[in-house]
Design a protein around this ligand. Structure first.
Ligand SMILES: Cc1cc2nc3c(=O)[nH]c(=O)nc-3n(C[C@H](O)[C@H](O)[C@H](O)COP(=O)(O)OP(=O)(O)OC[C@H]3O[C@@H](n4cnc5c(N)ncnc54)[C@H](O)[C@@H]3O)c2cc1C
Length: 388
């Protein structure tokens, strides 16, 4: 039944896309993290009624952000434009420069191509040096945490024609967010868990363009332009009885909330085991109520958590995997699927190391066999990662 649904949905195409997103009304925008948390993560619910949009657990939603008025004003000021100058977008449609900088051009993150273009335009020796192929590492270090405005301040210059910005700046790209709900349970709704990105760099407070647009500038009743980015490689098993092991710290929990809702809606009877982690249980236990309810209702068979800052030594999900490796091996031997979602840089490799260790130890056949076992799991599409 599950594979039939999957097939039907994947061959269905809706008219909404990156170039033609659906304006979804925000039904809810609330904090998931508690007071005092070092992070701001928000639960977003949107209305899909009338859109014909269909998605499956494992898919992501693409959201098109806009740059803030303040950020646009500062760029206009530096370039000595008013914003009323006429330009045409990437498709030749006329608009004014303010609209272009708001909705079409990436000014919130400095790209290598922008820096190289500016080096050519200004002839500034320091910037030109960074643009040399031999200086790739220096260039990356310069770009990190900088915006277009930083470059304009560091190396001021004017443009003869505002249309040149369409050559200089990349197109403002949509960002992807894992879907955190199941349409089997709530057909005309889509939920996301969005961590609002904020940091300080080069002496200035910075905001992630899309996450702050969603989290802080789109309250209930506002709209967000969305489309579905299908992910056929991150699906629940077609066999509704095989075990599902999910590792989703932080916002990585989002697709697993969708998996659990799908099971709650009666789409399968997969035994489910979730490893969740974050900094502190009192502030960062995302979806705690939902998870505990699913546990007591018998939808979630096991929930293991790791809160890194709740004790002296830091504990992460990979430690919980190690502590429970005998049972994990048992679930894998029963044909279990192993899913990982969230941070790609540190969490995903550490979790893979813990998984390999569990297989090596409990199979009794050592590390070489563990590598073969994992390769076979990948081939069978039972080891699935959606990391970012
Ligand atoms: C398949 C997929 C699924 C995803 N699912 C989710 C999800 O469910 N929830 C979620 O919250 N996110 C998710 N993301 C991440 C999301 O797409 C965005 O990348 C994230 O929200 C940041 O976008 P932004 O526009 O707010 O930030 P941007 O404006 O793109 O800024 C982020 C950039 O800022 C810079 N930066 C960030 N921190 C620092 C720092 N401390 N110092 C210096 N520079 C820094 C880096 O260059 C970084 O790339 C997912 C990504 C993918 C690919």
């Amino acid at each position: 039944m599950q594979s039939e649904t999957t097939e039907t949905l994947e061959t269905t195409r809706t008219a909404w896309s990156r170039n033609h997103p659906f304006p979804a009304t925000v039904l809810e925008n609330r904090l998931l993290t508690g007071p005092g948390s070092e992070k701001e993560t928000r639960h977003i619910e949107m209305d899909l009624a009338g859109s014909g949009i269909e998605y499956l657990p494992g898919d992501s939603a693409g959201i098109l952000p806009v740059n803030t008025c303040d950020a646009v004003d500062l760029v206009l000021e530096r370039l000595q434009f008013t914003g009323d100058e006429p330009v045409t977008d990437f498709y030749g449609k006329p608009l004014n420069l303010r609209e272009a900088l708001t909705s079409w051009l990436m000014i919130g993150k400095l790209s290598g191509s922008t820096l190289k273009g500016w080096a050519k335009h200004t002839g500034n020796p320091e910037i030109s040096d960074l643009a040399l192929p031999a200086n790739k590492e220096k260039l990356d270090a310069y770009l990190w945490g900088r915006e277009f405005l930083d470059l304009l301040e560091h190396c001021p210059a004017k443009l003869d024609n505002p249309q040149q910005l369409f050559k200089l700046l990349p197109r403002l790209a949509p960002r992807l967010y894992s879907v955190a709900s199941s349409q089997a349970l709530r057909p005309s709704q889509i939920d996301l868990a969005v961590r609002v990105v904020k940091y300080e760099s080069h002496g200035r407070d910075r905001q992630g363009v899309c996450s702050t647009h969603i989290g802080e500038r789109t309250p209930k009743g506002g709209t967000l332009p969305i489309f579905i980015h299908s992910n056929q490689f991150f699906r629940l098993p077609a066999d509704p009885g095989v075990p599902v092991i999910m590792v989703g710290p932080g916002t990585g929990v989002a697709p697993f909330r969708a998996f659990l809702e799908h099971k709650q809606a009666g789409c399968g009877r997969w035994p489910m085991w979730l490893f969740f982690g974050d900094q502190r249980a009192s502030q960062d236990f995302l979806y705690r109520e939902d998870l505990e309810r699913w546990q007591s209702d018998g939808i979630l068979q096991r929930l293991d958590t790791a809160f890194s800052r709740d004790q002296k030594e830091k504990i992460y999900v990979q430690q919980r995997i190690r502590e429970n490796s005998a049972q994990l091996w048992d679930w894998l031997e029963r044909g279990g699927y192993f899913y990982v979602c969230g941070d790609s840089k540190r969490m995903a490799p550490d979790v893979e190391a813990a998984l390999l260790e569990a297989v090596a130890n409990h199979s009794g056949r050592g590390p070489e066999y563990a590598n073969e076992f994992l390769a076979e799991m990948k081939k069978q599409k039972r080891y699935l990662r959606d990391v970012y």
